[in-house]
Design a protein around this ligand. Sequence first.
Ligand code: GLN
Length: 201
Amino acid sequence: MVKIGVLALQGAVREHFQQLNMLGCDAVAVKTVEDLKGIHGLILPGGESTTMRKLLDRYCLLEPIQMLEKQGLPMFGTCAGLILLAKEVVGYDEPHLGVMDVLVERNSFGRQIDSFEVKLPIPEIGGDIPAVFIRAPHIVKVGENVEVLALHEDRIVLARDRHLLGCSFHPELTEDVRILQYFVNMVHESTKTSLAKLHTI
Ligand code: GLN
C-alpha cells in the first residue's frame, strides 16, 4: 500500500485524508520532519500560503521537502499548495519551496467571485470534472517541460512538471476523486523506479 503524506500545518487537510483512504492509500499527517520518513508522495493542501510558509519555517520543513523533491518524490499542490510549489510567484522576490517550473499569481479570479464551482474538461483525466475555486491562484507561465492539463477562462489551472502536479482549485472539496486518482497513479509509477526507493531525509 502506498503511503501518502498530507502537509497538516493548516488548511483543507481532512478531506484529502478521507479521499486517500477511499482510494486505498495509507494517509499520514505531516507536521514534523519525522513524519516525512517513508512516504511515497506528498500533498500540499489549500489554505493560506503565507501562513503555511511561516509554519514550514517554524517546523523546519522547507529544506527536507526540497530534498525529497530533488529525489523525485511525487508532490501534489492544491491552491495554496500550488503557490508553495511554484518556482516564481508574482510580486514576490523569493518563492517558497520553489520547485515546480511555473509562475503563479495569487488571488487571480477577482473579488466578486471569491468562490465558485465549474466543470472542467481535462483531456488527460476525464470530462466534466468539478473544480471549486476559493481565492484561487492561476498559472501565468510554464517552463518547457511542463504539461498544461486544464484551463479555465484561458488561464492555466492544472499542470504537471515531471513528478509535480499543481492545481488552482480544490478537488478534495468535491466527491469526484479522478484528479486525486491521477496523482495516486503518479505515486504508483514512481514506486516502480529505483530512485523512489532512495528517498531519504
Ligand atoms: N489565496 C490563498 C493564498 O494565496 C490560496 C487560497 C486557497 O488555498 N484556497 O494562499
